[in-house]
Write a protein that binds this ligand. Structure first.
Ligand SMILES: O=C(CO)[C@H](O)[C@H](O)COP(=O)(O)O
Length: 154
């Protein structure tokens, strides 16, 4: 898979470790910044990854900030993005099975390296279950359409 990884300053070293893992797993990993650990603003990096999901230049994205929350809030403003804040094996797994997550948002401050690696592997391996969850994602797409074009008749 083509996977872009970005962070803010708090997630900078975790980003490097995730990029190494993705390469080891045989994925095509892109570093969407930042280039160093200087203080930056997470929206600038979440936008880059979210836009690349939208135009399909990447398959998946991984975003890391202090808590994972700011990145997630920004990424979910973009059509086609299903960003999920995950903090353990179960949330990593369920975000794929039920939500078809395409952007994994992680906390650099709260999660250890081994857990992060395991969560990334789970999140990459698990497949969307479809079925009733596909019906719910259809409704999500409708909400997206309505909020993007609020005055147009269906
Ligand atoms: O977690 C984050 C957003 O959800 C950021 O990493 C955090 O807010 C950055 O804070 P600071 O500028 O104090 O390092």
């Amino acid at each position: 898979m083509k996977i872009a990884v970005a962070s803010d300053h708090r997630g900078f070293s975790t980003k490097a470790k995730i990029l190494t893992l993705l390469n080891q797993l045989g994925h095509v990993a892109y570093d969407y910044g930042p280039e160093d650990g200087e203080c930056v603003d997470y929206p600038d990096y979440a936008v880059k990854v979210a836009k690349a999901i939208g135009d399909k230049s990447i398959d998946r994205g991984i975003l890391i900030c202090g808590t994972g929350m700011g990145m997630c809030i920004v990424a979910n403003k973009f059509p086609g993005v299903r960003a999920t804040p995950c903090h353990d094996d179960i949330t990593a797994q369920m975000s794929r099975l039920h939500n078809d997550s395409n952007v994994l948002c992680l906390s650099a401050d709260l999660l250890g390296d081994r857990l992060v690696n395991r969560m990334v592997e789970i999140w990459l391996k698990e497949e969307f279950e479809g079925g009733r969850h596909a019906r719910r994602l259809e409704k999500l797409h409708k909400v997206e359409e309505e909020t993007m074009h609020p005055h147009e008749e269906a």
